[in-house]
Design a protein around this ligand. Sequence first.
Ligand code: NAP
Length: 329
Amino acid sequence: MNYRTLGPTDIQVSTICMGCWGLASDFHWGPQDDAASIATVHAALDAGVNFFDTAEAYGDGHSDEVLGRALQGVRRQVIIASKVSAHHLAPDDLTRSCEASLRRLNTDYLDLLQIHWPSREIPFAESWAAMERLQREGKVRALGVSNFGVIDLPELLAVGRPASDQLPYSLLFRAIEYGVQRLCEENEISILAYSPLMHGLLTGRYQRAEDLPITRARTRHYPPDWPHTRHREDGCLAETNAALAEIRRISHEAGLSMTHLALAWLLHQPGVASAIAGMRRPEQARNSALAADITLSPDILRQLDQATRPVKEKLGPNIDMWQTEPRGR
Ligand SMILES: NC(=O)c1ccc[n+]([C@@H]2O[C@H](COP(=O)([O-])OP(=O)(O)OC[C@H]3O[C@@H](n4cnc5c(N)ncnc54)[C@H](OP(=O)(O)O)[C@@H]3O)[C@@H](O)[C@H]2O)c1
């Protein structure tokens, strides 16, 4: 495992983070057994993962609870990142949300508190002041945001300094390369790359994008008449499937699994501190953690850029994977 520094803080995070959304037992992921979740957290720890990402929104707090149970006894050795939802960004709500997360996680501090999505109702300055108060009280070590793009991030920077911006980033979703990635680099804001395996599509298990379980197939890659999508674009199934075939070919040539290739590619991109990989079973934790140590040649990186450029161009600079009117701008 490798570790990188989170923004300007002294916090060291593993380059593979365990994403805990999949522990929620929700519509997107389907049922998940808590015992399997706890075993997955323990396998991740054994593999050197010290960084765990959760949110109050995941299973209405269920991911927090399970993660809290799994981390009993090792709290001081790990980095817990959580997120407050967009509808809880009024100062009092935000404080209550953070305190509820602490209770569910059975801890007295969060290492990183993030705004999950920007709010259009509550001024950033008000939310940020509440977050800074929690930091002064010792309830939070570092502050960050998520889904803040080229409009929202500069607005936030006028009132505060986030240590990180958690953004969707993968071989099949490269919207941040149109601007926010550079902004993060210029401002010493670590990028935490979420959905690095595109909900599982980049693991090699699915031949075509159409094969992904239907509750996960909701992003702008799919056409607007796909059952659970909520955008008004054409989708880009042809480009996505062509990219998948090329990534598969490149992974064979490189002698790597698609999962390892997809995660390692992210760790070669500017500004990325950690790839937040979803894991629901111990073998996934053990396997994904190995990607931290993989170096890709310039030729492989060039081939991957070329293979995925048509998807990047079709989806454009909108950093919202799901909606035409971006919630994060
Ligand atoms: N800030 C935000 O708005 C936001 C939004 C989305 C996600 N996130 C964060 O990002 C995390 C990850 O993103 P994601 O949940 O979209 O998923 P992801 O990492 O793109 O994909 C995870 C899925 O890939 C499969 N997988 C994982 N490791 C594997 C391995 N080694 N071998 C084979 N298959 C493997 C598993 O599918 P199966 O379950 O089918 O086995 C797993 O559930 C979330 O948990 C969350 O923490 C944040």
